[in-house]
Design a protein around this ligand. Sequence first.
Ligand SMILES: [Zn+2]
Length: 368
Amino acid sequence: MSTTATIAVSGDHANSPVELIEVQLPDPLGHEVLVKVNVTALCHSQLHNLASERHHRQVLGHEATGTVEKVGPEVTSVAVGETVLVTWVPKDAEQADRSAAAATVTLPDGSVAISPNVYTWGTHLVVDEMYVLQLPDDIDLDAAALLGCAVITGAGAVVNTAQVTEGESVVVIGVGGVGLCAVAAAARVGASPIIAVDLTDEKLDLARQFGATHTINASTTDDPVADVMAMTPGNGLNFPRRSVTGADFVFDCIGKPATVAQALAMTRAGRFGVRRGGMALVVGVPTSTLELPPGPLLTGERTLIGSLGGSCSPSVDVPKFVEWWKDGSLAISRLVTARYPLERINDAVADLKSGQIEGRALLDVPRA
Ligand SMILES: [Zn+2]
């Protein structure tokens, strides 16, 4: 028996508004799971999806909490009635070894709307079990939706991709939901200093609450790279034994060519044969071509690397970040700085686009 659901579907061309459409979702087959959504959230990557030209309409959203209502006959890892996290990252290697079809919703006119993995902007979804992870019931199950992207992407970049350790210096460019999680993870592992860079004092104040020790308002300073150099004095010696400045790790949670270039410029040089240079990480979603001077990569033995979903395996990493939440070192509930009902999805998208959402915005789904 099919399930009646209301799903957010992108228009058929770039920047057209999102439509809420009532559809009939078929019962899950094979490894598929039907989840009733509790709360979902908005991520900047959905703005990129909505702004891009497309061959088909899209179903959107990739972090949510909900309840499993039905399972396909081959599902083994979750059960009906369980409270779950929906995430776009395959939850472990065993699950990821299977290839899952793109999530496809048939619209009333017979056309389809597609997501490569999951879609959470709606009342229900049918997706592969590899994207559905059981959650403990003793946590804030609204804010827990952010474990599905913001937390694993930001905190995972620090602990998995970069493997930051105590005393190492960290810069985070862009302290929205993802960047705040990077700041908190850096604080959790004892990084110092932790320098947050953004365009408003409100966002930078929030970053201090998550553990930033220094802040740079890039809209008012002349040169954020010079500011980082001043905040990281004497960070080792370079090859000719001169004292170097610059950070051990710079996380670019924006992904624009200008911020990636800044991130690389903010890293410290290495010391030839003794210590490699600093690491710049692309964490935000890049949308245009990057041109960089390759000299500093070579002469300072710097690293430029991407971090997708924080290199996380949610089955392993989500329980760890829940422990951090419980011990107070990762204040996930405080990432939520705005809430909208699902029917105001286009207002939420507009506010995210115009920079009015400091942390992460939740979408409340009708509970009827
Ligand atoms: Zn995301």
